[in-house]
Design a protein around this ligand. Structure first.
Ligand SMILES: NC(=O)c1ccc[n+]([C@@H]2O[C@H](COP(=O)([O-])OP(=O)(O)OC[C@H]3O[C@@H](n4cnc5c(N)ncnc54)[C@H](O)[C@@H]3O)[C@@H](O)[C@H]2O)c1
Length: 364
C-alpha cells in the first residue's frame, strides 16, 4: 500500500487547483528489498528501517502507516507522540479496545487522524451516497454493502499474516475488509440495532511458503444480517466481507432500495450508476458517469476511473480536510468511525460464538 501512495503523490499534478502539494520525503520498512523499491521514487531522501528515525525528522508532517494489524497500535502511538498527523490503515488496531485507545490518544494530543477507505471516492459511490441522503426513496426496504475477494479460493496459496489471529486480529476478514463495507453506512448515520453473523473458516491450513503447513485461524468469510435504522426507518442491512467469493477480484458494492427509488453501484462497472424509479412502469436506469470525481483532475469526463484514481482522491480528501478545505465534500473515515466498525465486528464474533442475535448498545 505504501507503493500505491507513492504512485498517487507522483502524479499529484493531475489534480486541478488543489490547495496542498504533498511531497514524499522519507520511507520506512524493516524489509530491505521493500525499502529499496522506493529508491526509484523522485524526491525521497531518507530510507530508514526503524520508524523512530523517520519520526524524529523535522521535515515530516504527516505519516502514513501500512503495517500488519498487530503493529497498528504501537506505531500509531509513536506517530502521535512524535507530534505528527496520521493517515492510518484499517482496521485501526487489532480490536475494539486498541482502536479506542488510539482514538483517545489522538484526541488528547489534538492530532489530525483519518483512516484509509478509498472506494467511496468512486464517482458512482458518491452519487449513490447523494441518493441515500436525498430523502426520496419512500419506505426503506433494504440495504446491502459488500467487499468481495476470490484470491483465497486457491488452497495452495501460502498463508501470510492476514490469515492468523495473532497478526490480523480475531475479526479476521472483518478486520481486513470491514472498513470498506462499514464506512458509508456509518457516515450516512445508519445505526445497527442488532445483528446475526455467519462467519466461515474455509481452509484451516495453508502452505507456509517454506515447505511446511501453517494454521490459518482467521475467519475467511463474514455475512452480517443486521437490523438497522436507515434514514429513520428500521430495515434489514446486509454486510458482506469475503475472501472466498467466486469470480470477485476486489468488488466493492452498495445497494439501497426503497419503494419509490433505489440505487446500486459496484466497482465491477466502475463508471456506471444504476437507479430505480417507478411511474406506471418500473425502471432500472443506467447512467455512465465517467470521471466525475470529487476533486477535479486533468482527466476528461468521458474516461472511467480506477483504483489508483480513487486512492489519490482519498488522499486529496485527507489533505484538503487537514487544511480546512474539504468544502462540504465526503471525508475520509474518522477514528470514531473506525471504533464503531470494530463494535460491529465484536458483536459479530459474539453472535457467532453464541449462535444468536446480538443487540448493540445504544450509540453504536
Ligand atoms: N486501503 C486498502 O485498500 C488496503 C489494501 C491492502 C491492505 N491495506 C492495509 O494496509 C496495511 C498493510 O497491508 P499490506 O497488504 O500493505 O501488507 P504487506 O504485508 O504487503 O506490507 C506490510 C509492510 O510492512 C512492513 N513492516 C512490517 N513491520 C514493520 C515495522 N515494524 N516497521 C516498518 N515496516 C514494517 C513489511 O515489511 C511490509 O513491507 C494493513 O493495515 C492492511 O489492512 C489496505
Amino acid at each position: 500500500m505504501g507503493r500505491e501512495v507513492a504512485s498517487a503523490f507522483g502524479r499529484w499534478f493531475a489534480l486541478l487547483d488543489f490547495p496542498v502539494r504533498p511531497q514524499l520525503v522519507a520511507v520506512c520498512d524493516v524489509n530491505a528489498p521493500a525499502l529499496d523499491w522506493f529508491r526509484q521514487v523522485p524526491g525521497v531522501a531518507h530510507f530508514d528501517p526503524d520508524h523512530r528515525a523517520l519520526l524524529a525528522r523535522a521535515d515530516v508532517d504527516v505519516v502514513y502507516v501500512a503495517v500488519p494489524h498487530h503493529l497498528h497500535e504501537s506505531i500509531y502511538f509513536d506517530v502521535l507522540r512524535a507530534g505528527k498527523d496520521l493517515f492510518a490503515e484499517k482496521p485501526f488496531g487489532l480490536d475494539l479496545a486498541a482502536a479506542r485507545r488510539v482514538r483517545d490518544e489522538a484526541e488528547r494530543l489534538g492530532r489530525f487522524v483519518r483512516v484509509s477507505s478509498e472506494f467511496p471516492f468512486f464517482p458512482g459511490a458518491q452519487r449513490a451516497i447523494a441518493v441515500a441522503k436525498s430523502g426520496t426513496l419512500g419506505r426503506i426496504l433494504e440495504a446491502r454493502c459488500s467487499f468481495l475477494h476470490s484470491s483465497d479460493l486457491d488452497p495452495t496459496k501460502p498463508a501470510n499474516w492476514k490469515r492468523q489471529n495473532a497478526t490480523c486480529g480475531e475479526g479476521g476478514v472483518m478486520n481486513d475488509l470491514g472498513l470498506h463495507v462499514a464506512h458509508v453506512p456509518l457516515r450516512l448515520g445508519w445505526r445497527v440495532r442488532s445483528l446475526h453473523a455467519q462467519l466461515q473458516k474455509i481452509y484451516p491450513t495453508r502452505p507456509d511458503g517454506k515447505g511446511g503447513v501453517a494454521v490459518c485461524d482467521t475467519w475467511d468469510n463474514a455475512t452480517l444480517h443486521c437490523t438497522a435504522d436507515i434514514a429513520g426507518q428500521s430495515a434489514p442491512l446486509t454486510l458482506e466481507m469475503k475472501r472466498l467469493a467466486p469470480g470477485e477480484t476486489n468488488t466493492w458494492s452498495f445497494e439501497l432500495l426503497g419503494t419509490e427509488r433505489g440505487v446500486r453501484f459496484s466497482t465491477k462497472e466502475p463508471k456506471t450508476l444504476w437507479q430505480f424509479r417507478r411511474d406506471k412502469e418500473q425502471w432500472w436506469e443506467k447512467t455512465d458517469l465517467g470521471f466525475t470525481t470529487p476533486f477535479k483532475t486533468i482527466t476528461g469526463g468521458i474516461f472511467e476511473p480506477g483504483f489508483p484514481d480513487v486512492l489519490q482522491q482519498m488522499w486529496a480528501a485527507f489533505l484538503a480536510e487537514r487544511a480546512g478545505r474539504l468544502d462540504g465534500r465526503f471525508g475520509c473515515a474518522t477514528p470514531d468511525e473506525a471504533v464503531r466498525h470494530h463494535e460491529l465486528w465484536t458483536a459479530a464474533l459474539e453472535s457467532q460464538r453464541t449462535q444468536s442475535v446480538v443487540t448493540l448498545p445504544p450509540g453504536s
